[in-house]
Design a protein around this ligand. Sequence first.
Ligand code: HEM
Length: 174
Amino acid sequence: LPYLSGLLPPSHEPPKMNPVVEPLSWMLGTWLSDPPGVGTFPTLQPFQYLEEVHISHVGQPMLNFSFNSFHPDTHKPMHRECGFIRLKPDTNKVAFISAQNTGIVEVEEGEVNGHELCISSHSISRISFAKEPHVEQITRKFRLNSEGKLEQTVSMATTTQPMTQHLHITYKKV
Ligand code: HEM
C-alpha cells in the first residue's frame, strides 16, 4: 500500500461509526458559512468572515475537525484550527482538543445535550511570542438549529477584557 490511509475503507464508503460518538453525529459533515460569520469584541471593529468546516470520523471513538476561515472579500486564509472531539463513553461529557494557527493549543470540556454542545476552556497554552492581549478563557456553543444548520458561538476573556462574544456563525451542510 502506498499510504497507510489506504488501510481505511475508500472514502465513498465511510467507516462504521463508533457508537461512542453517536451523541455528536449531528455535527458530522462538511459545512460552509451561510451567511458569513460575524466577529465582535470590545477592542475590535466588527468584521465578517467565511468558514469551511470538516467534521469526520474514521471509526474511532472520537471526531476529527478542521475549521478554516477566510476573508469575505479577498478569500485570504485567516484563522485556522484543527483537532479532535472526544466523548467519555456512556456519558454526555465531551472534550474538545484544538491546535490553532495563532499559536494557541487548547482543551475545552463540557456536555452535549440533544443537538447542543456547550464547552469551556480547561487549559490554554500558547507560543512564547504570541501577540498580546492573551486569551485567558474560551467558551463555545455548537447547536443544530431547527433549519438543519450548524451554529457556533465563541466567547472569550482576554488579559484586557472580561468574557465577551467574539464569533457567531451559521453553517449550511454542503
Ligand atoms: C482578534 C482570539 C477565532 C478573527 C483576536 C484576539 C484574540 C483572539 C485574543 C485579540 C483581541 C484584542 O485585540 O483585544 C481568538 C480565539 C479564537 C479566535 C481564541 C478561537 C477560539 C477567530 C476566528 C476568526 C478570528 C475564527 C475569523 C476570521 C479575528 C480578527 C481579529 C481577532 C479579524 C482582529 C485582528 C487580529 O488580531 O488579527 N482573536 N480568535 N478569530 N480575531 Fe480571533
